[in-house]
Design a protein around this ligand. Sequence first.
Ligand code: GLU
Length: 306
Amino acid sequence: MPCPTRYIGRFAPSPTGPLHAGSLVAALASWLDARAHDGQWLVRIEDIDPPRCQPGADRIILQQLADCGLHAEGDVVYQSQRGAAYQRALDQLTAAGHAYPCACTRAEIAAEHARLGWVKPRHGELVYPGTCRPAAPGLDGLKGRPARAWRVAVPKDPETQALWPWHDRRLGDQQQALDTEVGDFVVRRADGLWAYQLAVVVDDAEQGITDIVRGEDLADNTPRQQWLQRLLGVPAPSYLHTPLVLDARGEKLSKQHGAPALDTSTPALVLQALRDAGGALGLPPLEASTPAEWLAQAIKAWPWQP
Ligand code: GLU
């Protein structure tokens, strides 16, 4: 009998600051889902954007996780060390005619939108109008202008692109019009940094991640990542996007909006933090007097069992 693929999950924080109550929800959910599936749980530090990273935040996050009883079962991977793998993926995409260099600035893209009469939805993407996309594979689309970023083409193919259907274990069936809502997207930024979309797909594939559990704010990245998985020929993981913790103004709790760092200095504080995160995930109140007891109960109460 073929051996079913073993579950490998991950928590992938960006080290822009210590964990807060909202990021603990994503960490805990990914850990509980891995435990409930008798799987492996990895941690990856997504430090590809140095200007946004806070020095030392990676160590604080790993300590906070350990204080909560959440221990990575494998080496912690740092995206800042993975440039060669991202370059290989970009080379592969370029050689196959899926990626191309782009010379446009944001202002030029906005000007082209105005010229075409396109209206960008308030929170929508600035969909790339395709200015630098080569007319045919192998042709130069830059027309003599210097390359800035690299983009992946999302061709207007009615079969694959009209509406990209995908499934989320909590949200159910989802869809997104990749070509009109997203368009050709950046995989290497104009400042030379790797884009999240490419890095996350390359790393999830290389680490053998079978199940992605992360915050709901990332849900609309999924079709882009599935598109890249298909182009790179790597397996497609399953997805579960967790509810977001909102602040008093109804905005997502975030470091940018000043969410306080999670205090994990005593077991009592950890237990309360776990209870709060569990509540956000829809877990019932659990009988436990230590964090370890609470975690053991939470694995059994986890709503998204195999
Ligand atoms: N690094 C991302 C974040 O902290 C998470 C990426 C992911 O889970 O796909 O928001």
